[in-house]
Design a protein around this ligand. Structure first.
Ligand code: APR
Length: 249
């Protein structure tokens, strides 16, 4: 049986699938991942949350990356991998998409907002760290260009893009929802993650511990491969295209 055939069999047999995605599902949309050769962390260092809060220079650099979109991926579109996941959600096979990604591409591919659990936040808007008020980036650009420290107009708290930085608290509600999904699913399908960043990377293992089957689709080996029921070191786009073709037969 082909890899796509084995994956299709597991998906077909599953009652409730939790899809867990990392940056690897978005590389075919032109968004670099973090740890592949040439990935984001080979070009710039992460800005740690405590540094963002303590240092104006760190905040300026963080906002420079937002306004100059140094990751160079504005306007990225979903790829066949996102659409395959979205299709499985529409068929009622996938109950939730727990994603480490902040690029909004699962929503853009048609997965309803309420089924996307963004455990590392979202890079398309800003939030006040104190009161949580949401700000659209363009409403802040002029103040940033005037070299202002971007603070909330209501409570004067610091504004930051709505992603979760290293050292920043994980979003409580999203982590609770992801934990519930890990408890309820009978198949956890990991797509494109090196599974090295915790507590996010604990979620697939939690599902496995709760009795779910664990399938890892990733170009490179991961530390969690030994615990998986099926490991496919394949390109996500082509594999899911073939898998969906088999499921459609
Ligand atoms: N098909 C299959 N696998 C792929 C593809 C592809 N087209 N493209 C990349 N990959 C694999 C890479 O081999 C890599 O192992 O996806 C994995 C992506 O791993 P990372 O770059 O570490 O990304 P991720 O696992 O999402 O990182 C987790 O780290 O820096 C933080 O907050 C950031 O959410 C991110 C977290």
């Amino acid at each position: 049986m082909t890899d796509a055939g084995r994956l299709a069999r597991h998906i077909s047999d599953a009652r409730r699938v939790m899809v867990f995605t990392g940056a690897g599902i978005s590389t075919e949309s032109g968004i670099p991942d973090f740890r592949s050769p040439g990935g984001v962390w080979s070009k710039m260092s992460p800005i740690y949350f405590q540094d963002f809060v303590a240092s104006r220079d760190a905040r300026r650099e963080s906002w420079r990356r937002v306004f100059n979109r140094t990751e160079g991926w504005t306007g990225a579109e979903p790829n066949v991998g996102h659409y395959a996941v979205s299709d499985l959600v529409k068929r009622g096979k996938v109950s939730s998409v727990v994603t480490q990604n902040v690029d909004n591409l699962h929503q853009a591919s048609g997965v309803p907002d309420e089924k996307v659990i963004e455990i590392h936040g979202n890079a398309s808007y800003a939030k006040c760290l104190q009161c949580g008020k949401r700000y659209e980036f363009e409403s802040l650009r002029e103040r940033w260009e005037n070299d202002e420290d971007l603070t909330c107009i209501f409570c004067t708290g610091l504004l930051k893009n709505a992603t979760v930085s290293f050292g920043q608290a994980m979003p409580e509600i999203e982590m609770q929802r992801a934990g519930e999904e890990a408890l309820l699913c009978d198949l956890c399908l990991v797509l494109g993650s090196s599974l090295v960043v915790y507590p996010a990377a604990a979620i697939p293992i939690e599902a496995k511990r709760n009795g779910a089957r664990l399938i890892i689709v990733n170009r490179e080996p991961t530390d969690q491969d030994p615990f998986a029921d099926l490991v496919l070191h394949k390109e996500i786009g082509s594999l899911l295209t073939d898998t969906m073709a088999i499921l459609d037969k």
